[in-house]
Design a protein. Structure first.
Length: 271
């Protein structure tokens, strides 16, 4: 079975890649004719390889790109991605540096990489990229199939961080601040039972209608619930993370994902 067939079977993602182990002598072939698609296909191929291999071995595997290089060998151009890979097991954290090689025509490597979009909401001109602030896309669920107006959610994950962004219709008859406050209170009652043990969370970079609280979930786990509104839609973040050193990633995820929201209706925004 080819990598492409395996990804389609296991992850429901169709990527333009052929066979290959990713070594210098057996590179992964990229079959796209789109110049912008080379880097995207390589990065998402790696992400799916790591997730599949990691879960199969009983651990979570995450990575970040350290280097991008071109190698010409025997009339063939190889695109090398150098990575730092971290495996999280119940008892230890194991880090190592690895490389993967891809083969592709030279002229396709000169283009500037663009974000790989995994979902577009045409009603809002809103595009969700595969990666936000170091967190990778992990899931998509369409609640509209269950009941009209419930919207959908997009999930992202990274080392000891799980984030979900919900998008659904708001009560446009009420002011945005009132709608956000009411929705936040309702979510807190569902999650926590009361408002005890929480503290306000503020992100005012892109408007005044975002309300949030941070929760202490115990066992060194923390949570964040935040509500924002744009036009007739509500956006709700639910994020959990382990240990305070992940706070910077969480704050950057919130900032970058809020930056995607179409404050002025128009084309999908990618930053």
């Amino acid at each position: 079975m080819s990598l492409r067939d395996a990804f389609l079977r296991d992850f429901k993602v169709d990527l333009p890649v052929g066979d290959g182990a990713g070594t210098r002598t057996d590179p992964i072939s990229i079959l796209t004719g789109d110049p912008h698609g080379v880097s995207r296909a390589a990065e998402i191929t790696l992400s799916l390889l790591q997730k599949g291999g990691g879960y199969a071995q009983g651990s979570e595997i995450f990575w970040r790109i350290l280097a991008r290089e071109l190698h010409e060998e025997a009339g063939k151009v190889l695109f090398r991605l150098g990575l730092q890979r971290v495996a999280l097991t119940p008892t230890e954290v194991v880090g190592e540096k690895v490389s993967y090689f891809f083969s592709t025509p030279q002229h396709l490597l000169d283009a500037v990489p663009t974000p790989y979009v995994i979902h577009i909401d045409p009603s809002l001109a809103l595009a969700f990229p595969f990666k936000i602030a170091g967190l990778d896309y992990s899931a998509f669920r369409d609640f509209e199939r269950e009941q009209s107006g419930l919207g959908y959610c997009v999930g992202y994950s990274g080392p000891r961080v799980e984030a979900t962004l919900y998008v659904y219709k708001a009560d446009i008859a009420a002011p945005p601040e009132m709608v956000a406050r009411r929705e936040l209170d309702s979510t807190l009652r569902q999650l926590h039972g009361s408002h005890q043990g929480v503290r306000p969370y503020s992100d005012t970079s892109f408007g005044a209608h975002a309300l949030g609280v941070e929760l202490n979930l115990g066992d060194h786990r923390r949570g964040l619930v935040m509500i924002d509104s744009v036009g007739p839609k509500l956006f709700k973040w639910r994020v959990t993370w382990l240990n305070d050193e992940r706070r910077t990633i969480v704050e950057e995820f919130v900032r970058q994902s809020r930056q995607l929201l179409p404050r002025d209706q128009g084309e999908p925004q990618m930053h």
